[in-house]
Ligand binder design. Structure first.
Ligand SMILES: CC(C)(COP(=O)(O)OP(=O)(O)OC[C@H]1O[C@@H](n2cnc3c(N)ncnc32)[C@H](O)[C@@H]1OP(=O)(O)O)[C@@H](O)C(=O)NCCC(=O)NCCS
Length: 369
């Protein structure tokens, strides 16, 4: 089969019409997700990618779609690839990915996307390449462990085999877990409310809970930016080459605008330390407005100086109650935790999250000359 590799042009603005190539790109991701997870809860939409790519202040993406020669209808796409670069921090790093439509695997689609991706990576000059790939948990005797020692995957799967052939190492794994949200009136909700009450009492008078649906008010953007910076390096990242991200009020405002334009809805719970006025903890859950059943747990973070007061458990419980009010159609919550992040995993296990898959953080270091 002859294959056309077609680049997606960067959109002129978020309001410009969405190029059908984004529909083709989203189609391949969605089919892959349904094949791997059994649902499309995590699949991003064409519109979301279009909005994200329309602003290149913080981030630049190059994306390609593979088609059988001469075809361009979105549903005829057989593969995709991307290279993503952050522009204001982590300028040594490139994120890359290649996906072949599950019905077209083993016929050289990925191999034909590879030279284009490699050329873009070379041109970027970035020295660390990271690929995040999905794996099923695996217990076989030949299991491959991440270099952290946490998380075992099957080295024989196409993605593991290929990434190793290309010189990538499995640095870290994240446990992807799913909570089936209990029905209204279930004992689980009563226990959650009791736990929240206990955690509020343990936290004491110096901590105030704040909650917002959608964006947080501008007067908190600066404080939130400080937390995002700390979060970017405080969560365990093993030997993955992450540096602290640079966040400020402007970047926070842009992120809120982009999420809103992309059709997402989200709820967040923050804790403010009242004596200092500083925001010290937060958690967020987000979902696509048009597909509210599958909810994504985003960051949960407690500032290092305020740990040990049950603030992590408190924001999570508060946000779950908030989610029930704001998104009654929610059925499942997806979350990802570094396998070695025992504190966060313990909170999630206690809430009833069950392991679903493993996200492997693969890395390859390259020299530029
Ligand atoms: C990994 C993936 C991209 C391969 O796509 P594909 O179009 O089937 O791959 P190709 O036919 O072009 O083969 C490319 C390489 O994949 C590996 N591969 C493909 N099928 C394989 C199989 N059944 N078993 C083991 N390795 C396999 C091989 O290393 C192969 O190279 P080789 O032919 O020189 O041995 C595809 O399985 C996929 O989309 N997986 C989900 C997405 C993902 O995890 N991507 C991570 C890689 S960036």
């Amino acid at each position: 089969m002859n294959i056309d590799i077609v680049p997606i042009p960067a959109p002129a603005s978020a309001d410009a019409p969405v190029d059908p190539l984004y529909e083709a790109y989203a189609h391949v991701f969605r089919v892959e997700d349904i094949d791997f997870f059994g649902n499309d809860d995590l699949a991003s939409t064409a519109h979301e990618r279009h909005v994200e790519d329309s602003d290149q202040t913080y981030h630049r993406a190059q994306r390609w779609v593979a088609f059988p020669e001469g075809e361009r209808a979105p549903a005829s796409a057989i593969g995709l690839a991307f290279v993503e670069l952050t522009l204001t921090d982590n300028t040594h790093l490139a994120m890359a990915h290649i996906v072949t439509h599950p019905a077209h695997r083993g016929r050289g689609v990925a191999a034909s996307l590879l030279p284009t991706v490699e050329a873009a990576l070379r041109e970027s000059g970035r020295t660390s390449i990271q690929v995040w790939a999905n794996h099923h948990p695996y217990q076989g005797g030949d299991a491959l462990s991440a270099k952290t020692g946490v998380g075992q995957i099957d080295p024989k799967t196409p993605q593991a085999h290929w990434l190793r052939t290309l010189g990538f190492e499995l640095e870290q794994t994240e446990r992807h877990s799913v909570l089936a949200i209990p029905a209204e009136g279930d004992q689980w909700w009563r226990e959650l409310a009791e736990r929240k009450e206990r955690d509020t009492a343990t936290a004491g008078d110096e901590y105030e809970l704040l909650q917002w649906k959608g964006g947080i008010p501008p007067e908190f953007h600066d404080g939130y930016a400080r937390l995002r910076e700390r979060m970017s390096v405080d969560a365990p990242s093993a030997e993955l080459d992450f540096e602290e991200e640079k966040w400020d009020a402007e970047r926070i405002a842009k992120g809120i605008e982009q999420r809103t334009q992309s059709g997402y809805e989200w709820v967040s719970a923050f804790v403010r330390h009242t004596p200092s006025g500083a925001l010290v903890a937060y958690t967020e859950m987000m979902w696509p407005g048009e597909r509210p059943a599958g909810v994504w747990q985003m960051d949960t973070f407690v500032h290092g100086e305020h740990r040990g007061h049950r603030l992590g458990a408190l924001v999570k419980a508060a946000n779950l109650e908030f989610l029930r009010r704001e998104n009654p159609a929610a059925e499942r919550i997806h979350t990802w935790n570094a396998g070695e992040n025992e504190y966060m995993l313990a909170i999630n296990v206690e809430l009833g999250f069950a392991p679903a898959s493993i996200e492997g953080g693969w890395q390859k270091r390259v020299t530029t000359d």
